[in-house]
Write a protein that binds this ligand. Structure first.
Ligand code: CU
Length: 180
């Protein structure tokens, strides 16, 4: 019991250390994000800019896996939970990601706690809460930091995606892309 607790604490300390390192490396110059790019939809609220992208499922790794396996592609998950069976659902899994930036400076907001709700309007589905993982593309750094997960979104279906951060809400309409 005690040994487990010590282990958990040291793991938390290690995670904090890694975070501190990241913060130090980028101190002074906030990474800029939420750029207008192909396949990205932007929306602004009073304080934030949200950039939504839905693409093919991404392989997600923990920081420890990245250090050990040196993957060249995929994403590193900094916090949060990987959705169960993320890669196993075959054709209807998509990667839904939202970057959150300051509306005034476009600085990437790294410590947000957003809610993301998806509704399949084609299937007249119930609202689904997306489990929030905080991710960065491998090798891309904090400029790519975003929130989301692999989510079941059948190809060609229309969806409403609602982002809510501290009551500042924006909704997007998006069609799930076909397999490329
Ligand atoms: Cu991602």
């Amino acid at each position: 019991m005690n040994a487990i607790r010590v282990l958990m604490i040291s793991a938390a300390a290690a995670a904090l250390g890694a975070l501190a390192l990241t913060t130090t490396a980028t101190a002074g110059q906030a990474a800029v994000g939420c750029k207008a790019e192909a396949g990205v939809q932007l929306a602004a609220t009073a304080s934030y800019r949200y950039a939504l992208h839905v693409g093919m499922p991404e392989k997600m790794y923990t920081p420890a896996q990245v250090r050990k396996m040196h993957p060249k592609q995929g994403e590193v998950m900094l916090r949060g939970s990987m959705s169960m069976g993320g890669m196993s659902m075959g054709g209807s899994m998509r990667h839904l990601e939202v970057q959150i930036c300051s509306k005034t400076t476009n600085a990437v907001i790294t410590n947000a706690n957003p809610a993301i709700v998806v509704v399949d309007t084609t299937a007249k589905g119930m609202p689904m809460n997306v489990p929030i993982a905080v991710m960065q593309g491998i090798g891309k750094g904090v400029a790519d930091l975003h929130y989301g997960n692999n989510v079941t979104m059948p190809a060609g279906h229309r969806f409403t995606v609602t982002i809510d951060l501290k009551g500042q809400r924006a909704s997007f309409r998006v069609t799930s892309p076909k397999t490329m």
